[in-house]
Design a protein around this ligand. Structure first.
Ligand code: IPM
Ligand code: MN
Length: 353
């Protein structure tokens, strides 16, 4: 029994976000009473609706307040009525940057081989983690237009890679590979043959840090080859570290390999500060309000949150319950085809906790 009390900020967000967050909170409540911790939650209604109603995207005061919580639990950001980029950059990316959540941690774990799109792959073979840099690279918004809307237009979008940013990300990945204690193998995913400045810095830093972690085997793969190996031989991977853009792309591939967006969770981690946990699938607007969306990604995100808070027993129990119901109950991980509704899936996880 931990008897700890946590302060958790909840941002249900857009589309199906509120529905999956409800199930996640249901599971958190059950885990709290079973494992003896408790939490206060404060709800924040930021997202597409608030923007359309008031013009506010993410007030400065909210950013300040969020910095005072133990953790943030996020549903989804994205509304088809709002121009692409406004909410994503204005809320999700801004929070990642301002709270300096410099790691995006995305486990790729197959819970049941029936749901893997790859032929003949087993649960043992798909079990790795991507450590994605989360505050730099192409996501900084550096660049601009010259002579916009003319035939002489030039658009520039630059990738920012600082030594400090790269170092802390790679160091986290080495530590993570050591702690995970599986194959103790860390793969740097880059593009050293073309991006000869950015990934030169990554590679030099990777090689330098590897000397501090002689127990961790190192490996390198270009991002294109990484995509190929993730499909052909996912069992090779243990921990992959990469930059923001490549991490974004390969974790969607990872999500489908592990059974789809219905089960893929991630954590935006500031190891010294406030972290934020989310299902990585987005707001899935067409399923909103239908009670058909898969809440397991949000539930797995809650488990990651508990693990980060130090409630590892509760985190593990949620994970085991999810594994069990995926194997024994669900017909599919896709929205509308699970054989159960959103709320029923939440109830099943609680019942098996
Ligand atoms: C993700 C998403 C975001 C990203 C978008 C919504 C800005 O795709 O969390 O992977 O690109 O990081
Ligand atoms: Mn993405």
């Amino acid at each position: 029994m931990s008897n700890q009390k946590y302060k958790i900020a909840v941002i249900p967000g857009d589309g199906t976000g509120p529905e999956v967050i409800n199930e996640g909170l249901k599971v958190l409540d059950a885990a709290a009473s079973k494992f003896g911790f408790s939490y206060d939650k404060v709800n924040y209604d930021i997202g597409g609706q608030r923007y359309l109603d008031t013009g506010e995207i993410l007030p400065e005061t909210v950013v300040k307040e969020l910095g005072g919580f133990d953790s943030i639990y996020l549903g989804a950001i994205g509304d088809p009525r709002v121009k692409p980029g406004v909410l994503e950059k204005g809320i999700l990316l801004r929070l990642r940057f301002e709270l300096d959540q410099y790691i995006n941690l995305r486990p790729i774990v197959l819970y049941d081989r029936r749901f893997c799109p790859l032929k003949d792959k087993t649960e043992e073979q798909i079990d790795f983690v991507v450590v994605r840099e989360n505050t730099e690279g192409l996501y900084c918004g550096a660049g601009g237009f010259l002579r916009k809307d003319t035939e002489d237009e030039v658009a520039i979008q630059e990738s920012i890679n600082s030594y400090k940013g790269v170092e802390r990300c790679i160091r986290f990945a080495f530590e993570y590979a050591r702690k995970r204690n599986k194959n103790k193998r860390l793969t740097l995913c880059g593009k050293t043959n073309v991006l000869t400045f950015a990934f030169d810095l990554w590679e030099r830093t990777f090689n330098k840090l590897s000397k501090e972690y002689p127990d961790v085997e190192t490996d390198y793969a270009h991002v294109d080859a990484t995509c190929m190996w993730m499909v052909k031989s996912p069992e090779w991977f243990d921990v992959i570290v990469t930059d923001n853009m490549f991490g974004d792309i390969i974790t969607d591939l990872g999500a489908i390999v592990q059974g789809g967006m219905g089960i893929a969770a991630g954590g935006n981690i500031n190891p010294q500060g406030v972290s934020m946990f989310e299902p990585i699938g987005g707001s899935a607007p067409k399923y909103t309000g239908k009670n058909v969306i898969n809440p397991l990604a949000a539930i797995c995100a809650a488990s990651m949150m508990l693990d980060t808070l130090g409630e590892d027993k509760a985190a593990q129990a949620i994970d085991l319950s999810v594994r069990k119901i995926v194997k024994e109950k669900l017909e599919s991980l896709a929205a509308g085809r699970m054989g159960y509704s959103t709320t029923e899936v939440g109830d099943l996880v609680v019942a098996n906790l």
